[in-house]
Ligand binder design. Sequence first.
Ligand code: FES
Ligand SMILES: [Fe+2]
Length: 443
Amino acid sequence: MPDRLDVSHSNYDGDGLRSLAPPGWVHSAVYTDPKIFDLEMERIFHTGWLYIGHESEIAKTGEFKRRQMGRQPVIFVRGQDGVIRVLLNRCRHRGAVVCEVDEGRDNFFRCWYHGWTYSNAGELVSVSGPEGYGPSFDARENGLTPVPRVENYRGFIFAALSENVIPLEEYLGGAARMIDILIDAAPGGELSVRAGYNRTTYKGNWKQVGMDGYHPLFVHASVLATWERDADSGHSLGATHSANPFSFDGISETRDFGHGHTMLDFREHRLKHGGKLRSLLENTPGGKDYIEALYAEHDSAWADLLLAMAGDPHVGVFPNLQLINNQIRIVNPVSVDETEVVMFPVLFARASTEINALRLRQHESFYGPAGSGSSDDAEIFERVQLGLGANLDPWINISRGMERERVESDGTIVGHISDEVPQRAQMSQWLAMMADKPADGRQ
Ligand code: FES
Ligand SMILES: [Fe+2]
C-alpha cells in the first residue's frame, strides 16, 4: 500500500495529481475533495467530448432539450432549418438562462429578464426597446453562443466546449463498434429515444456509477435470485439473464478500449445463452419480422450477436455516457459528493409495439422508480461516500485482476468480468486529462 499521503494543503500540480493514483490505488481525495472536483470540471467536462443526446430526441424542427456540460447549461435543439445545434443556455444580454424547462418544442427562446428573443437556431431576432442601442449594435454578433465542437456518431450527438479536441471517432476508438451493438439491433439502425426518462440523484461522487462487474453478486443478490427463479418463465426480455453472467468462474469479461471507454463484455455468455431470448421474440407479435430484418441487414454472425445482446452493449464512454441494458444513461456531476443520473429507455423505431413494450418493461423492472436495481446502486454509492470520509487511511484498492489481465493486438486491455479493468481505465484517462495537460486545461 502507498504511504499515507496528506493532501490537505496540496495545490494539485501534475505530480501532485499523479501521486493520487499509483497503479492499483486511488486516494480518496479523488472522490471527496472539492478542489479536485473544480479541476475535473475545467479539465474534463469543460474541455473534452461529452455525450449530449440522441438525434431522435429532437426529431422535429424546434424540439429542444436542456442539457448540462459540467457546470455549463446548454440547449440541445433542432432549428427551423433542420440543423441540430448545441447552444449555451445563456442570454447574451446579462446572462440569464433563456430556456428554463427540461424539454419542449418552440420557434423561439425568449429571455424572461428583459425580453431578448432568439430563434431556435440561436439567432437574436428581437431586442426589447431597440432604440436604446446605437448603430454599432449588431444583432448578428449577439446570437446564443454555439458550443464549438459538435459531432454525430450514427445519431449519438457529442459536443466539446474546447475547439481543441481530437475527432470524435478517433476519441471513441474501439468503443464505437460496441455502440453499434445497440444501433444495429434496431431495424434500419433507427433508434427512438422518445419514451421519457428516469432521473436519479445520489449523494456520492460521479466516478462511482456503472461499469463494475464485481458488485452485482452482492449489491443485487436479491435481483439475481429472482432472475434465476424466473429464468424459465420466458415472460420478459430478462430472458437474456437466464444464466448469471457475473459468476467468478464465468466467461464474461471486462474491457478497456483506451480514452477511459470500457465494457462489461457479455458477448460470449449471451451467445451461449441466447436461445431463450430468441424463442421469446419468435412468440412475440412482430418478432419473426424483427429477426428477419436483422438477418437481411447484417451478416449472420453479427445478426446472431445482435439478437443475443438485445441491444445491450454494456459500454461506458468516458466521462458521461453509458449504454446499459435498454437505456442510454447520462452521468451529470453536481458536486464532489452529488451526482445526477438520467436514464433514457431506448426503443426500436421500426419494431412492433409488443417488442418495444418488452424493452420498456425490462427497463422499468431494474431502473424504474419502483425498480429493483437502481436503488441498490444509489444506496451503495452513498455508503462509499460516507466511508471515504474516514480518510486516516486514504487509499482505495482497484487492483483486482491486475496480474491476470491481457492486452489484445489493438491495445484493448481485457480482464475477467469481476476484475477492475474499467476502474483502472477510468483512472488512466482521468490522469491523462487532469495531470498530463498544460495548466490551461487544453488538449
Ligand atoms: S438577461 Fe436576457 S434580456 Fe436581459
Ligand atoms: Fe449495480
